[in-house]
Design a protein around this ligand. Structure first.
Ligand SMILES: *Cc1c(COP(=O)(O)O)cnc(C)c1O
Length: 421
């Protein structure tokens, strides 16, 4: 459930009319619901009730400062994948001991930054990374807490671009080599091995791949303990999917996921971490856009709207489906029209949906893309010199712009013309 519902025929975010925000902020814009963000965080937190755990929001899904602050106030930790994200988490007030650092390509500078600023753990993904982290830690006179990300070689049954747990993927070390890699880690004085990390992919709609992966992690925990490692923390990654299409079968709920986690790993006496991103932010956001033209093609109608692939790249990049709804509600029984919904960018890939039935729309009508809160704004670009669109956060009957639309001047000023021109 989210907090984007119709009242008296018009779409609201919590207690604010979307059309009121549009009138004040202009279109297109992203709009997030505080109540939905909070609710989703709590669902995960409660799903692990009775265990020693920390929910580390995977902030690459949506890293706006206001959202980080909101979740941190609820008690969330953060999963970061770059120095920039680390800096963002700190700037939002997240203490270092609630930040975990993931990613296959951490640089020495990023490691130094996190060791100096405070870090819960690094999720190390390779031996060369381990060597560099050891050197950085020793040079600072500290030890770096680490887990090793293991690749359990399970098929997450998700889109190829976001599957990460097969042996062919670049992530982690093969679980079959875990013992020798942990032995190496233990031999490095700058590292403190605290646990095991696994993350098999994103938008998972089935618990079975998780169960398979976590059973392997349970077994590995025992083996590594027998080898003398003090395995006391398990980072289980994120990836639980959301229902992008309301009409389709619903993915598992956090409570069901939590139950499975307790079944597979609950009796090991380990502290548990999970890193959900999409499920916290995805359905907590919509993208609001305005119809510019309705264009008659030879055998179809195009709805040309003022947002484009640079604002929301998921359909172009992952063939992703987003439900698209009119901000003024359909009248039941009224016959709709079939539209190809497209943006103004000069690529045929700038198509959000084909043959979608909506009520009959005209220029200046507003539409909303549902489930746009995760991997939306953070993946936006200024392609076609289209300004990054504003983000708005609603709480109850109030709303605030949490990122402003830049002016053309601000965009142009970032370029520097060399003196010789
Ligand atoms: C992307 C990512 C996540 C979050 O995935 P979601 O599908 O957004 O829940 C968690 N952990 C790691 C290591 C990731 O790369």
């Amino acid at each position: 459930m989210d907090h984007f519902l119709y009242r008296d025929g018009t779409l609201y975010a919590e207690d604010v009319r979307i059309s009121d925000i549009a009138a004040q902020v202009g279109t297109p814009f992203y709009c997030y619901s505080s109540a939905t963000l909070t609710r989703h965080f709590r669902l995960f937190d409660e799903a692990l009730d009775g265990t020693d755990h920390l929910v580390c929001y995977a902030m690459k899904a949506n890293s706006n400062q206001a959202i980080l602050r909101l979740l941190a106030e609820q008690g969330a930790g953060m999963d970061v994948v770059s120095g920039g994200e680390y800096a963002r988490a700190k700037a939002a007030g997240v203490p270092g001991d609630r930040i975990v650092f993931s990613g296959v390509g951490k640089t020495a500078d990023e490691m130094r930054m996190a060791l100096e600023g405070g870090i819960r753990q690094f999720n190390v993904e390779s031996e060369p990374e381990m060597v560099v982290l050891n050197e950085v830690a020793l040079s600072l006179g500290v030890t770096a807490p680490i887990t090793v990300r293991v690749n359990p070689d399970v098929d997450a049954k998700t889109h190829a671009k976001i599957a990460t747990g097969k042996s062919e993927n670049k992530f982690g070390i093969p679980i079959s080599r875990a013992r020798e890699v942990y032995a190496m880690a233990a031999s490095l004085a700058g590292l403190d091995v605290v646990g095991i990390d696994v993350h098999i992919g994103s938008q998972l709609t089935d618990l079975e791949p998780y169960r398979m992966a976590y059973e392997k992690v349970a077994e590995l925990t025992k083996t590594l303990r027998e080898d003398g490692h003090n395995i006391r923390r398990l980072d289980l990654g994120g990836g639980l999917g959301i229902p992008y299409e309301r009409s389709n079968e619903a993915p598992p709920l956090p409570i069901e996921y939590g139950q499975m986690v307790k079944e597979t790993l609950g009796d090991l006496g380990c502290e548990l971490e999970i890193e959900p991103g999409r499920l916290i932010a995805g359905n907590a956001g919509i993208l609001v856009s305005k119809v510019i033209y309705v264009k008659e093609g030879e055998d179809r109608k195009f709805l040309i709207i003022d947002s484009a692939m640079n604002d929301l790249i998921r359909p172009a990049m992952y063939e992703a489906h987003h439900d698209i709804v009119p901000v003024t509600e359909d009248v039941p029984g009224e016959e709709g029209e079939k539209y190809d919904i497209v943006g103004p960018v000069c690529e045929s890939g700038d198509t959000f949906a084909k043959g979608r039935t909506l009520k009959s729309l005209a220029p200046d009508d507003l539409v909303a893309f549902r489930s746009a809160g995760a991997y939306g704004a953070v993946m936006a670009s200024e392609y076609n010199t289209r300004p990054m669109i504003p983000e708005v956060l609603v709480q109850g009957d109030q709303f605030a712009v949490i990122r402003q639309r830049p002016t053309y001047e601000e965009m142009i000023e970032r370029d520097i013309i060399p003196a010789w021109l």
